[in-house]
Design a protein around this ligand. Structure first.
Ligand code: J5X
Ligand code: AKG
Ligand code: FE2
Length: 375
């Protein structure tokens, strides 16, 4: 079960600002409130990399003796990769997918019994970041922190245990995998457990905080004008994403544009989040990503959003801040960072940044401004 996180943040996505929650299967045409402009608000070109040959997102085999180095390279160049041989049983991936399908197939009025509280973060509703956009996203979500028991009881009054058992087992397995991956990433930066206070293998990687986000993207009558989940970076150390056989996840790559991550049977997608970005002083940048929808297939994804224990402050590890460079970010806890993200969304990372003169990658500074940067 994901550990509980202090409730210092409120995305408040059920305040819909005049928008309406829809039962997607009743919509035969795309309502105007779901029709997005072809170029997103980042000014990024929409769509894939056109006809140019696109390098695929790296796939790392965790049994490969070079896994640590390959992961380090993927984090630096992509901020994301897929993994195979991760030892999460296929049966568990199928179980969490069917539990999620079972939830989202309920009639809307029944799902609304587990609606997210106006000032809470768990439960059913549009993606928490929806409130930052004037258009609606073609998706619905269910957010879990700690136990889903209360909400599951509201959804299935006499038949809720199976859902809870699957979520608990999945979270436990993800916690172990996420801990292991974070240590491989830290290892690839030369960081050891003397350098940082994060849950390690001795304690079975427990004590970390995490959220689980079930995402559902119903088939859409006009997919080219709709957006499943708008472009964002995750406010995590890392995110582990399981997507069902239907693609839709895209990563933004500098100099290339949006690149689709093809579903890999039994594979899992790993994204670098903002806290690993901070910890690595920008060497492993968090990846901008989004989810697109399609005309015929219902897409499901399950995101395990992994962060540090509640009271641990995350700041650039001095080992990765080389001589002649400065730490680019001030210390911040996960709950504080989530609060900043919930209020300022895209500007969250720059709001915890210390030295605006330094270059984005690795904190190289020019001698004239180094004195004005806090160390
Ligand atoms: C622990 C987290 C991380 C959250 C907020 C909170 C619970 C739900 C997560 C997501 C999941 C969907 C994308 C995102 C952007 C969103 O809208 O809600 C994520 C957000 C973040 O990574 O910032
Ligand atoms: O559904 C997807 O592919 C992306 C989901 C995602 O980015 C998230 O839950 O944070
Ligand atoms: Fe995400």
């Amino acid at each position: 079960m994901p550990a509980r996180l202090p409730g210092a943040f409120k995305f408040n996505p059920l305040r819909l600002h005049g928008k309406q929650l829809h039962d997607f299967c009743t919509l035969k045409e795309l309502p105007e409130t779901y029709a997005w402009e072809p170029v997103d608000c980042h000014g990024h070109h929409s769509g894939d990399c056109g006809t140019t040959r696109v390098e695929p997102v790296p796939v790392v085999d965790l049994y490969d003796p070079n896994a640590e180095r390959l992961i380090g390279h993927a984090c630096k160049t992509w901020g994301a990769f897929q993994i195979i041989n991760h030892e999460i049983p296929r049966r568990l991936l199928d179980d969490v997918e069917s539990a999620s399908r079972r939830l989202f197939s309920l009639p809307l009025r029944q799902k609304l019994r587990a609606a997210r509280d106006p000032d809470g973060v768990t439960g059913y509703g549009p993606a928490p970041i929806s409130s930052f956009f004037s258009k609606q996203m073609w998706s619905e979500g269910f957010t879990i922190f700690g136990s889903p028991l209360e909400h599951a009881r509201q959804l299935w009054p006499s038949n809720y245990m199976r859902f809870c058992d699957i979520i608990e087992e999945y979270s436990r397995e993800m916690q172990r995998l996420a801990g292991k991956l974070v240590w491989l990433m830290l290892g690839s930066l030369g960081i050891t457990k003397e350098d940082i206070q994060l849950p390690g293998p001795e304690a079975g990687y427990r004590e970390a905080s995490a959220a689980l986000q079930l995402n559902s993207y119903p088939a859409c009558p006009d997919p080219d004008r709709a957006v499943g989940l708008a472009a964002h970076t995750d406010s995590t150390l890392i995110t582990i994403l399981h997507q069902n056989g239907t693609g839709g996840l895209q990563l933004f790559r500098e100099g290339c544009g949006w690149v689709t991550v093809p579903p890999l049977a039994g594979g899992l997608v790993i994204n670098v989040g903002d806290l690993l970005h901070i910890l690595s002083n920008g060497l492993y940048p968090s990846v901008l990503h989004r989810a697109m929808v399609n005309r015929t297939r219902h897409r499901l994804s399950v995101a395990y959003l992994y962060g540090p224990p509640r009271d641990v402050l995350i700041s650039p590890v001095s080992k990765v801040v080389e001589p002649g460079r400065v730490p680019l970010y001030r210390p911040v806890s996960w709950s504080e960072y989530l609060g900043i993200k919930a209020k300022h969304f895209r500007n969250a990372l720059s709001l915890v940044r210390l030295c605006s003169h330094a270059h984005a990658n690795g904190g190289v500074i020019d001698a004239n401004v180094s004195d004005s940067c806090a160390r």
